[in-house]
Design a protein around this ligand. Structure first.
Ligand SMILES: *Cc1c(COP(=O)(O)O)cnc(C)c1O
Length: 357
């Protein structure tokens, strides 16, 4: 079997063990004589898996009992809309403009009233996380993006503010311990750190949920998902099943603390090459704002970047081209990416520099 070194930004690498388990169960889930995607979402087998997925997430992320855990389709992009539709209930909402995803979230919120930037990193092409936030009176909530997938920046410490905080954790959920109680709502699309595309995990504080707008269509109302245990309509069964397997895998690795240690080691391997390259590799993010999930950098010229990516591909390094909006290179080292893969890439980067500097 030939598997590549997969540094894709999303959808992205899954743990090999998870894929193998899913493959082994695909035709016959737990002796039912059918696959999990072939059975009713009201069946006892599905119900047990659904409940276990929530319980595992609660355990691994230390989610308190006064928070609901929901599964919703529509991706991170629907959450941009849903968060605002449910909670833009005051005069205005605050957004930290740290890049493309934050801007898209802001654009959706503008449909529901006044929106302002509590901070922005636009002046330096989103290469840093703003140090201070300016929150105005009558603000419904502050929205932040924990990890800026495209630019390679990540909040190292989350802000302490007097308004509810909504956080897009799509690209770094379960990569490090997080104090859930700092947030009123967390959402994360599964396809970066948790599973395949098709499901978003939403963790929402119950007393915050109680403040949501009541006149929404059911498919846009968090309360409706909570009231029906995310089974108002058919949930994305296969995506949830893969998240379940991934959560088991995280637990078997030693939980989030162990995963974080691995992620630190992985990111350090690549950042060390960048920092010791005498400027051959030039990191995009400020050191203090560096993401452990997405490592962004440039080579001396666009032609050399093209060559580096092509040469890397020949050696089995996939997905190291930068996002079309920023160019350069981006290495995504999500939870499922192995230390070995990062070591191999670091070695390739050093070798490439020796040949081309
Ligand atoms: C990928 C991503 C999104 C968009 O997710 P979709 O599921 O494609 O809508 C939103 N926010 C962040 C931080 C992302 O990385």
């Amino acid at each position: 079997m030939e598997r590549v070194y997969n540094f894709n930004a999303g959808p992205s690498a899954m743990p090999l063990e998870v894929l193998q388990e899913a493959q082994a169960e695909f035709l016959n889930y737990k002796g039912t004589g059918m696959g999990i995607i072939e059975m009713s979402h009201r069946s006892p087998e599905y119900a047990a898996m659904h409940a276990e997925t929530k319980a595992l997430l609660r355990e691994l992320m230390n989610v308190p009992d006064d928070y609901e855990i929901l599964f919703i389709q529509g991706g991170g992009s629907l959450q941009f809309l849903m968060t605002a539709a449910n909670f833009h209930t005051n005069k205005r909402t605050a957004y930290a403009n740290t890049g493309v995803w934050a801007k898209k979230a802001m654009a959706e919120a503008k449909r529901f009233g006044e929106v302002y930037e509590a901070a922005s990193s636009a002046d330096k092409n989103h290469s840093y996380i703003p140090a201070a936030l300016d929150i105005k009176p009558d603000t419904s909530y502050l929205h932040i993006t924990a990890n800026n997938t495209i630019y390679g920046t990540e909040w190292q410490d989350f802000p302490d503010v007097d308004v509810p905080v909504i956080c897009d954790m799509s690209s770094d959920i379960l990569s490090r311990p997080v104090d859930v109680t700092k947030f009123n709502l967390i959402y994360a699309g599964a396809q970066k750190n948790l599973g395949p595309a098709g499901v978003v995990i939403v963790i929402v504080k119950k007393n915050f949920l109680a403040t949501a707008r009541k006149d929404l269509p059911p498919m846009l109302s968090y309360q409706n998902y909570a009231d029906n245990d995310s089974l108002y309509n058919t949930p994305p069964v296969f995506a949830i099943y893969m998240v379940n397997k991934t959560l088991h895998w995280i637990k078997a690795q030693g939980g989030i603390t162990a995963i974080e240690a691995r992620n630190k080691e992985k990111a350090q391997l690549i950042y060390d090459v960048i920092d010791n390259s005498n400027g051959f590799y030039c990191g995009h993010a400020d050191k203090a704002s560096r993401s452990r999930m997405n490592i962004t950098f440039n080579l001396p010229s666009a032609e050399m970047e093209k060559d580096f990516i092509a040469e890397g591909k020949k050696r089995g390094f996939i997905g190291i081209g930068g996002h079309r909006l920023v160019g350069g290179c981006r290495v995504s080292a999500y939870n499922a990416v192995t230390v070995e893969a990062c070591k191999a890439l670091a070695d390739f980067m050093k070798e490439y520099q020796n040949q081309h500097a």
